[in-house]
Structures are given as C-alpha cells and as structure tokens.
Design a binder for this molecule. Structure first.
Ligand code: ADP
Length: 310
C-alpha cells in the first residue's frame, strides 16, 4: 500500500514511523514545504525498516503522491502552549488552500485523512475544497479522546481496555462530549458493571475521568510543547483499517448532514472505517444532557466553519 503524508513535522513523521513499525505501508512519501526536513525524516525513518518491515520511505514533491491509496494531511502550524485548537484555524486554512488542489491533481483517487488541528474545522475545509464524495475525506477527530476514555474506564473497572467500549463525540477539543450513557463492558452499561464489581462510578470518579480526557492534550503540551506519539499511532491504525477494509468502528470526524438539528457540520461520531474511508455513520442514543452537550459542540463547530470563507 502506498501512503502519502503532507507535513513531515512531528505528527506526520511519527505517523510514517508508526506505519513502518506496523508494516502497514510498503511505500511512504513525505512531502513538506521544508524539503530538507522531509528528506531528513524520510532517511531517519528508512533506517528503522531493517528492524521492522520492508517499507520504502522517501521524501518527494506532490507529483510523487501519484498512486497513493491514502494521503495523510498533517501540515500546518503547531499548537502553542495556551492555544486552543480553534486559535489555529486561520493559520491553517491558508495552508490547505494550497495543499488540497496539489494533492488532488496528483492523487485523485486517494482517501484524504486529516490530522492537522483544529481537526474538525480543517477536515471541513478540506472536504469543501476537495468536493470529494462524503467518506473520502475525514479527520482523526476524537480517536485519541475515545482511547483515553476507554483506558481510564478500564483502569477504574479493572477490565482490559479492549473489553470496554466507549466514545468521545463532537469536537476534538474543549466542547467534546464523553458519551457516558453509551459506554459498555460485556454489553452492560459501565455504571452497572461498576456497581457489580464494587467499584462505583460516582460523581467524583466521573468528573476525574472527564477532566483527565478533556485536558490530556493541554497537559502534554504543557510538558513537551506538542503531542505526536499518540496521534501518530492512531493515524497508522486508521490507515490499517482502510488498507485491510476492516470496517472498524472509530470516532472520526466527517461532514454530517444533520446532527441535533444542525446541518452539514463536521464532527466525530461512531463511524465504520474501511476501504474507501468512512463507510457508514451510527446514530447514538443520547441522554437529554448528552443531546444538549452535543448540540453545543456542533453549533460551535458550525460557527467556526462558517467563519472561514473559501
Ligand atoms: P505538528 O506538531 O502538528 O506535526 P509541526 O510544526 O511539527 O506540527 O509540523 C508541521 C509541518 O507542516 C512543518 O514541517 C511545516 O514545514 C509543514 N508545512 C507548513 N505549511 C506547509 C505547506 N503549505 N505545505 C507543506 N507542508 C507545510
């Protein structure tokens, strides 16, 4: 499988590295405004291949993206300490006006996987600029938030994270919604599992988990300036789901015709990912409180997207 990555900074190069370690891509092309950086990253990652899988990793221009099954869009400005993801919006919109036509000219059949923040709005911009069919453009959305939610619930319950099913929906950012009423283990709502196991999910436990999920990126940025390992691995996991046509259920961000009465908004919902990108979207069953929270998140994203004139 050939994978193109535009933006060879921390996130793009870590995604390439994860793809090599997982043996998902046979051919990886890194494109960056900073050609010297792309070349250096490609060589460094290529040197890992003898310890992993046979992958060809190289730097190139947009023409070298030809034949890519997936192009990961990880270019743009990095989030600075104190920045909200929406602060990045204006800076990144300009970048994608240049990148999207160049990618489409050379890889017209690729699935576009957006990683740049604010990921929901950038995904919306890329979808609007590309005019590709729905599903062919989507963003990493809340995959990490959901992974963290699952991990923290699993830890609280004393159950393997793979046995806990839980999603964070809406914006990848401050307004995100932890879908507590839909979280299950063994097909049983987590609150009930918690009671059965004598580890109740009381108000305090819930708010600790909520805070930990919602503030995770801020804490990492405070400590090391940016985040890249988690998202790099997550992007590689999404690419594998496309490559193997897994029909994997993930909370990824895509244009949504109608959610909570808001039309054409790009946000995360549980979606089936396989060959061709997002294949289906599930409609969650929310509590009243979750309905209201998701509506707030959708409205905020709709307003942010509307503020960008393309
Ligand atoms: P992150 O932490 O999100 O990966 P970085 O700043 O490390 O952020 O990486 C972003 C990369 O995007 C940089 O290497 C930068 O050169 C690249 N970039 C910025 N604008 C463009 C563009 N128009 N085309 C291609 N690459 C770009």
């Amino acid at each position: 499988m050939k994978v193109g990555i535009v933006g060879a900074g921390a996130v793009g190069s870590t995604a390439a590295y994860a793809l090599v370690l997982q043996g998902t891509a046979s051919d990886i092309v890194l494109v960056d405004l900073n050609a010297k950086l792309a070349e250096a990253q490609a060589q460094d990652i290529q040197h890992a291949t003898p310890f992993a899988w046979a992958s060809r990793v190289r730097a190139g221009g947009y023409a070298d993206l030809a034949g890519s099954q997936v192009v990961v869009l990880a270019a743009g400005a990095a989030q600075r300490p104190g920045d909200t993801r929406l602060d990045l919006l204006d800076r990144n919109a300009a970048v994608f006006r240049q990148i999207v036509p160049a990618v489409l000219d050379n890889a017209p059949d690729a699935v576009l996987l957006v990683a740049s923040n604010p990921v929901d709005v950038v995904t919306d911009i890329v979808a609007r600029l590309s005019r590709l069919p729905p599903g062919r453009v989507f963003g990493s959305g809340t995959i990490l938030d959901s992974a963290r939610f699952r991990a923290l619930l699993a830890e609280h319950l004393g159950i393997a994270p793979t046995s806990v099913h839980a999603y964070v929906l809406g914006e990848h950012g401050d307004s995100e919604v932890l879908w507590w009423s839909g979280a299950t283990a063994g097909g049983i709502p987590v609150a009930e599992v918690a009671d059965q196991l004598g580890r109740p999910l009381d108000e305090a436990a819930r708010s600790t988990i909520d805070e930990s999920v919602r503030r995770a990126a801020y804490r990492i940025i405070d400590g090391k300036g940016a985040t890249w390992f988690g998202i790099g691995a997550g992007l590689s996991r999404i690419v594998r789901a496309i490559n193997k046509d897994e029909r994997l259920l993930l909370s990824v961000s895509a244009q949504t015709p109608d959610i909570e009465g808001i039309h054409d908004v790009t946000l995360s919902l549980p979606r089936i990912v396989g060959a061709g990108g997002v294949l289906e979207t599930l409609k969650p069953d929310f509590s009243d409180e979750e309905h209201a929270a998701l509506r707030r998140s959708a409205l905020l994203l709709r307003e942010a997207a509307d503020s960008i004139k393309l």
